[in-house]
Design a protein around this ligand. Structure first.
Ligand code: NAD
Length: 430
């Protein structure tokens, strides 16, 4: 039997026990396990090599989502996120989906788009045809910029031309389609777009301004689907409630923004843990959600003939295992090893499955007890800590605030005062 991500009571264990299990699951070295714990932080040289004006690093909690089966393979999923409930929700959703085989995924080839903006073209339709007739010259020049990418099977593969109508009249936009294999691809694509710009100007007689990757990666999509048995979800009413929540998001951009934010809770957390560019993923996801002209959910939910709930997700997934922070950051490297993903495409599919799981968990909570119940205990803990509650009183302050359903900083401070008065009274009496 292969390794299992179904780990009973993982949430009740101490951090040391959890790290022991994770280390064993992925056969991590002691250094890799240490990198996951974050103790000691980044080697002081690393931030200074990553960004400008560095003064240090900013730790974010790293949790492990359990129970995921994706295409028949079990994964432990690292999630870096400051928000309570997200890791628990993903794990719970994955546990319910296991009964029907977990998640099934697919993706397109890792093709990114580089845009070249040509202005001042008098005859845009002629220019479009010239560019298409001579596309091989452009693609050849683009590929000369990155022999390493070409050698691993990637490179500029195709070219498209659009005529768009701008405030300044028509503009001819070239799209070079670059298979970036296991890179996120921004640097690779930008280099190619810049290199071919003079050739494009010469072919069209226009003036090139922008030469840059598009984050709307419509040729680089990841998809996932899963079935949640109605019994596991809590019955017919819950299935109907989740579908009603989806229908609401589909009809209303105010709701849809929050629906898609819930999806991105999961995806961004995996992206951050693996050193990927969360802003690129966010930009692509929301632009894709608005592709039809109105802003839509990235997921769908419907009922199977048996009355179970089936969910699907599709979104652009510009993720990398090479380049960016993925190779430089020791925690990101350890997270990638823990995931055991072999290609950027596989990482993208895993992230899509996590996004779907996250969305189902949020919609189920909204359709039943509401979202606050799950958030309550960690939220109360954060409020108590922000209110300056001494560590030895936090458990008691949290208990009282939850019992009273008053999770507020002013109340936390009052409880601290009450408990302190009580304690000093007792010690005087004793
Ligand atoms: P990169 O340039 O660091 O690495 C990619 C290069 O690695 C390829 O060009 C290729 O030469 C080489 N390579 C070796 N083996 C490879 C393999 N198996 N698959 C693919 N390439 C291989 O990285 P990148 O992905 O081009 O750039 C990512 C960075 O760019 C991220 O840090 C991102 O934040 C940043 N960025 C993003 C944007 C944006 O999203 N709009 C814009 C600019 C920069």
């Amino acid at each position: 039997m292969g390794r299992t991500s179904r780990i009973e009571g993982f949430y009740k264990m101490g951090m040391a026990e959890r790290i022991r299990i994770v280390k064993e699951f992925a056969e991590l070295t002691p250094e890799e396990a240490m990198a996951l714990t974050g103790f000691g932080g980044l080697n002081p040289d690393i931030p200074d090599k990553m960004i400008e004006n560095a003064v240090g690093s900013f730790p974010v909690p790293l949790g492990i989502a359990v129970n995921f089966t994706i295409n028949g393979k079990d994964y432990l999923i690292p999630m870096a996120i400051e928000e309570p409930s997200v890791v628990a929700a993903a794990s719970n959703s994955a546990k319910m989906a296991r009964e029907k085989g977990g998640f099934w995924t697919s993706s397109t080839a890792p093709v990114m788009i580089g845009q070249i903006q040509i202005t001042g073209v008098k005859d845009p339709n002629r220019a479009k045809h010239v560019l298409l007739e001579r596309k091989h010259e452009i693609l050849d020049l683009a590929n000369k910029q990155d022999p390493v990418l070409v050698k691993v099977g990637g490179g500029a593969k195709d070219l498209g031309v659009r005529i768009i109508h701008t405030l300044h009249g028509p503009s001819v936009i070239v799209h070079i389609h670059v298979d970036v294999r296991d890179a996120m691809g921004a640097n690779a694509v930008n280099t190619m777009a810049e290199a071919v710009a003079p050739m494009v100007e010469e072919m069209t007689g226009g003036r090139v301004y922008l030469r840059i990757l598009s984050n709307l990666a419509t040729h680089r999509l990841a998809r996932a689907r899963a079935i949640w048995p109605k019994e596991a979800l809590g019955g017919d009413e819950v299935v109907n409630g989740v579908i009603e929540a989806y229908v609401f998001a589909d009809a209303d951009p105010y709701r849809c923004a929050t629906h898609n934010k819930g999806i991105m809770n999961g995806i961004d957390a995996v992206m951050l843990a693996t050193g990927n560019d969360t802003r690129a993923i966010e930009a692509g996801a929301h632009a894709y959600a608005a592709m039809s002209g109105s802003y839509k959910p990235l997921t769908t939910f419907e009922k199977t003939p048996e009355g179970d709930l089936v969910g699907t997700i599709e979104l652009p997934m510009a993720v990398g295992l090479i380049g960016g922070a993925t190779k430089v950051h020791p925690t990101a490297r350890a997270c990638i090893k823990l995931l055991g993903v072999k290609t950027a495409q596989e990482l993208g599919e895993v992230a899509a499955a996590v996004g779907l799981a996250q969305n189902l968990a949020a919609l189920r909570a909204l359709a039943t007890v509401g979202i606050q119940k799950g958030h309550m205990s960690l939220h109360a803990r954060n409020i108590a800590a922000s209110a300056g509650c001494p560590p030895e009183l936090i458990d008691e302050v949290v208990r009282v605030m939850i019992a009273e359903k008053k999770i507020r900083m002013d109340r936390a401070q009052e409880i601290v005062q009450e408990l302190t008065r009580e304690k000093s009274k007792q010690s005087k009496m004793g």
